[in-house]
Unconditional design. Structure first.
Length: 495
């Protein structure tokens, strides 16, 4: 490792910020450590209010020209960024696997191709986004008659995008792509536990021809550089994915400037299994919740099973889950990698230990293994008002409860402060429609899980978030919608 350049999986990564088209170092750094083997990946520039102000200034300076750039040219550059991502899928996959511990095979085959798709989708959607025109027919001098209304989508300005560590590049580009497509400039603040691929994205964007200052990447801690970004008066949008406590802090800071927010927060999603369900499918979907070591906001961590099939479901679940292989995320045979950080592992272990002390029973798992690995765990005999049922663990820990009828299933499913997603497995189409209509969730999957179309709105209810992104909803957020009213010739003669 040379100063400011670290080599990760054979890939050179610049550890400095990317501000105004240049690499900028901070006085202090923080250490980035791989959760897989504890190796040091690099010393990352630790941003402060100084770097935050510089990034916002760069974004503000670049905004007029980028906002005036034609839609076709913006779309072309976004496609060029997608091309760059596709050329470097192997590099990005290897670096991110070491950085956040998720499976290498998932990064290669799913995550990084989706990163490229994020840019292509929003580039194409931009070209399909139509202005709306309509004529006012209401009589009366106040409303006018025969006046033309033209509704346009105008770029908002500099956007601060704060992204999580569990899917760093995919969730970053899910925000970056529509913000850029809409004509905004961006300050991206990746999570300090997984900072590396954001730096590579800056390189790829620059090589694709994105003008200096349009995308800026600032590294560091939320309490330091993050605070300065979300409270800056020149920031026009803030999009955040992360925890509820941090979201509250961001909302308070944004309120001072009335900065619009999009918040995608935690979840405690249910998986409802009815007696008429395909149990093999239900078990497959339940075991899938251990993906990424349970570090998925959408994970259905509360399994609710109809009483008459709960014993058989549990038997099949234990049989399948017990075959999961936990180990080095770079190994093709591995099913579960590590938790990302010692603090996260301690949090997971604390939840489970307190649940066991309160009378829960571990059907499988229930304890930590070597290093940052935690056994895939299923807890039964849990009370609905218990911490383990009500709070997001963000680890490979599921609970299992039973219900007697549809009414109880819906009541249990909705009985948390969250409302991000829900999954139900049933062979009865009418039941699926009834239950779906009553579930409090931003996304409901029926007989499937984690099927995501970028055209669809994504977000949560209650403490799971504020706002929606995806397709037109992303442009609703990242644009200022303007209505221009033009009077017809000679309209005064018809007052």
């Amino acid at each position: 490792m040379t100063e400011h350049i670290t080599t990760v999986a054979g890939v050179a990564v610049d550890t400095r910020h990317w501000i105004g088209g240049e690499r900028v170092a901070s006085v202090e750094t923080f250490t980035d450590v791989s959760p897989i083997d504890g190796s040091t990946l690099g010393e990352i520039s630790r941003g402060t209010a100084t770097e935050a102000a510089a990034a916002v200034a760069a974004a503000r300076a670049a905004f007029p020209a980028w906002a005036a750039t034609s839609r076709a040219e913006r779309a072309r550059i976004l496609h060029a960024i997608a091309d760059g991502v596709e050329k470097r899928i192997e590099d990005l996959a290897n670096v991110e696997t070491l950085d956040n511990g998720a499976l290498l095979r998932s990064h290669r085959r799913g995550v990084m191709p989706r990163v490229a798709h994020n840019f292509r989708f929003f580039a194409d959607w931009l070209l399909k986004l139509e202005h709306e025109d309509f004529t006012t027919h209401t009589s009366g001098s106040a409303a006018g008659r025969g006046h033309t209304n033209h509704v346009s989508w105008d770029p908002a300005g500099p956007c601060v995008l704060i992204t999580p560590w569990n899917a760093p590049l995919m969730l970053a580009t899910w925000k970056v792509a529509p913000a850029l497509a809409a004509g905004n400039t961006v300050i991206l603040k990746p999570a300090e536990w997984s900072p590396l691929t954001a730096s590579l994205l800056a390189d790829i964007a620059a090589e694709a021809g994105l003008p200096a200052g349009v995308l800026n990447v600032v590294q560091g801690y939320g309490t330091e550089v993050g605070n300065a970004l979300v409270s800056h008066p020149d920031v026009r949008r803030i999009s955040f994915t992360g925890s509820v406590p941090t979201a509250r802090h961001i909302a308070r800071a944004a309120a001072a400037n009335l900065t619009p927010l999009s918040l995608e927060l935690g979840g405690k999603s249910p998986l409802l299994v009815f007696a008429d369900a395909d149990l093999d499918l239900a078990v497959d979907l339940a075991v899938e919740q251990y993906d990424n070591a349970g570090q998925v906001c959408l994970a259905a961590t509360r399994i609710l099973v109809e009483e008459t099939v709960s014993d058989e479901f549990t038997r099949r679940f234990v049989e399948k889950a017990s075959r999961l292989r936990q180990g080095d995320s770079r190994d093709e045979a591995t099913d579960l990698g590590p938790s990302i950080h010692p603090r996260q592992l301690e949090k997971i272990d604390g939840f489970v230990r307190r649940a066991l002390d309160d009378g829960a029973r571990a059907v499988i798992g229930g304890k930590r293994k070597d290093a940052l690995y935690y056994e895939p765990t299923l807890l039964t005999d849990v009370a609905q008002d218990s911490e383990i049922v009500q709070e997001e663990v963000f680890g490979p820990v599921l609970t299992l409860q039973t219900f007697g009828d549809e009414e109880e299933a819906v009541r249990l499913a909705n009985d948390t402060r969250f409302g991000l997603a829900a999954t139900l497995v049933t062979g009865d189409h009418e039941r699926a429609e009834r239950v779906t209509a009553r579930l409090v969730a931003g996304t409901v999957w029926v007989n499937c899980f984690f099927v995501r179309d970028l055209q669809a709105p994504f977000g949560g209810s209650r403490h799971s978030g504020v706002g929606r992104e995806g397709g037109t909803w992303s442009f609703d957020f990242y644009c200022d919608v303007k209505n221009t009213v033009t009077a017809p010739n000679g309209w005064q003669d018809h007052g």
